[in-house]
Design a protein around this ligand. Structure first.
Ligand code: MGP
Length: 223
């Protein structure tokens, strides 16, 4: 498998209007192969892992820390990957799993993410495995019912608490973000007092672009 990021522009193969930006990366994944007797999912997905050193993460290092673990396009392929994976709670602190639709990089800079945002739920230690599994199954089973809006999901293991996020395409679409919030609350079975926080990516993205330009840097990562 020759999965690869390179220092080109956006992820969609047709190109991206931010061609001058050296921030975003091009994702080249070969098409997923699905056996005709498998149950095809509505979308293919790629699972990524990242781990950062405490306090050492920068916007430019973020891409370098992302490692592609596997890809799947059918229920069978999902279970054969998932059943070999360790549970999120067994990961070391500052590790993340990122499960994104095939072709979308788990980065603000991706053309599918750059106008989007994420819902974040902070979890007390002890519930992350159940919540992550419920979220993954709901996403694969299209339970959010928001068309193409879902980009992916992230589980983040931290020292004191854990975090689960759902990324969507259009942060300005209030009806969609509300529906994602309500679905997330339901599938995670969250008590009503658990706070959920929505953040558009654009503020972070603007900062990352300015910073990268002032550093004169190009984000690059090979897998
Ligand atoms: P984070 O892992 O999303 O953690 O980002 P968060 O929620 O900010 O806080 P924490 O309490 O979990 O640490 C941590 C850092 O990684 C950010 O401050 C950025 O420097 C970098 N980073 C994260 N993301 C999702 C991106 C991204 O999409 N693009 C770039 N360039 N940097 C990112």
């Amino acid at each position: 498998m020759s999965e690869k990021f390179d220092g080109a522009k956006g992820s969609d193969e047709s190109g991206d209007e931010d061609s001058s930006s050296n921030q975003s990366l091009k994702l080249r994944l070969p098409p997923l192969e699905i056996n005709p007797n498998e149950n095809q999912l509505q979308y293919g997905y790629a699972l990524w892992y990242s781990r950062r050193s405490v306090g050492k993460q920068t916007d430019r290092r973020y891409a370098e820390n992302l490692k592609l673990i596997g890809r799947f396009g059918s229920v069978e392929q999902f279970w054969s990957l998932y059943s070999h994976l360790i549970r999120p709670s067994e990961l070391m602190a500052y590790s993340d799993f990122h499960l994104f639709k095939h072709g979308i990089k788990p980065m603000w800079e991706d053309s599918a993410n750059k106008y989007g945002g994420k819902w974040a739920v902070t979890l007390r230690k002890g519930s992350v495995d159940r919540c992550w599994e419920n979220l993954v199954l709901a996403m694969l089973g299209e339970q959010f019912m928001v068309g193409e809006e879902i980009c992916g999901a992230v589980v983040s293991i931290r020292y004191q608490e854990d975090k689960i996020c759902v990324w969507n395409k259009t942060s300005s679409d209030v009806a969609t973000t509300a529906r994602i919030r309500d679905t997330l609350r339901r599938i995670l079975n969250l008590p009503t007092d658990v706070l959920m926080d929505y953040k558009p990516h654009n503020e972070r993205l603007k900062y990352a672009t300015i910073k990268s330009q002032s550093d004169g840097g190009v984000v690059k990562a090979d897998y």
